[in-house]
Write a new protein. Structure first.
Length: 322
């Protein structure tokens, strides 16, 4: 059996996590704290940040602070990272995790949906990376930058097209920066998770036939055989950044899908097209959050969703999604 040496310690390093107030970002912050980092959470909602800091307070290890920042605002990201670096004597680790998820047919989500995804997911990651790199290059420990992509960026998922397009751009950014920053001593890790039980269906935006879109997404996102425990995912991501890995693809289904698309793209596209035929069609051109759909639009198959999504519902409660 192959035995890997323990990853290098990151205790005492300063880390920033964007989108750190809930879901995967919150769990990444918790893992960094447990490993001794001084952590700053960036998010747009001050009240949500306050709850996140409260949840992370009992964690032993480093310290945590919440910083209000919209990653779509380039100047704000630059200024907030400079302030954090000034307070802590530099930055060592930055994880660009912030983003949105929109579910529905491309026509229903419209050009505005694609623009919103690019602004939040791609430009958010780009603004974070460009603002962070000057600080990471000066890190005595050697800077570490992590960009959270998705298997949707490696294998396009129908009814998640704006998200897939934006995550594909994040993956290209990560690969390119990895090559360009190596001479500066900065490692760049691209992370491409599959489905994770983070409770993201609560904040996802649904368009088209919203009740049916919410029905399939909330069930699939929490299905035990298809989705991954988010705490385990966070542990693997932080370990990957410690080891300065170039790429991490999470969940067996995601690795299988990405590999199949690389080896047999035509066949894989045909299979994905078959899946698309059974997804909902038509509906409205407005989007609403999952919590509103659940509360007011009576999504179908409540018993099936209760069974498949039970773990995801618990995750939404635990990971500050409500």
């Amino acid at each position: 059996m192959r035995v890997f040496p323990p990853p290098p310690s990151i205790a005492g390093l300063t880390a920033v996590v964007t989108g750190g107030s809930r879901g995967l970002g919150l769990l990444l912050a918790r893992e960094l704290l447990r490993r001794g980092c001084e952590v700053a959470l960036l998010a747009r909602d001050d009240a949500e940040l306050g709850r996140a800091v409260g949840k992370l307070g009992p964690c032993r290890g480093g310290t945590v602070q919440g910083v209000v920042c919209d990653v779509r605002d380039r100047a704000a990201v630059r200024d907030r990272l400079a302030e954090i670096a000034g307070d802590h004597g530099g930055l060592d680790i930055v994880i660009a995790n912030a983003g949105i998820i929109q579910v529905g047919p491309a026509e229903a989500l419209g050009a505005e949906g694609f623009q919103d995804a690019m602004d939040s997911v791609f430009h958010g990651a780009l603004n974070t990376a460009l603002a962070a790199l000057p600080h990471l290059r000066r890190s005595p420990a050697g800077g570490r930058l992590v960009l959270i992509g998705s298997v949707g960026g490696l294998l396009t998922v129908p009814h998640l097209l704006p998200y897939s397009c934006a995550k594909s751009a994040v993956g290209a950014l990560a690969d390119g920066l990895h090559a360009e920053e190596a001479p500066h001593g900065v490692s760049v890790t691209a992370v491409h998770p599959g489905l994770m039980r983070t409770g993201s269906h609560v904040h996802a935006l649904f368009g088209g036939d919203r009740r049916r879109e919410y029905g399939w997404f909330s069930a699939v996102a929490g299905a035990p055989l298809l989705s991954m425990n988010a705490e385990r995912a966070a542990d693997r991501i932080v370990t990957a950044l410690q080891r300065r890995r170039t790429r991490l693809v999470l969940t067996p289904a995601a690795r299988l899908g990405a590999t199949a698309h690389g080896l047999a793209p035509v066949t894989t596209t045909r299979l994905v097209s078959a899946v698309a035929r059974v997804l909902p069609r038509d509906g409205t051109h407005t989007t609403v959050r999952g919590a509103a759909v659940e509360a007011g639009e009576q999504p179908p198959a409540p018993r099936l969703r209760a069974v498949l999504g039970a773990l995801n519902e618990r995750a939404a409660d635990r990971f500050n999604q409500r």
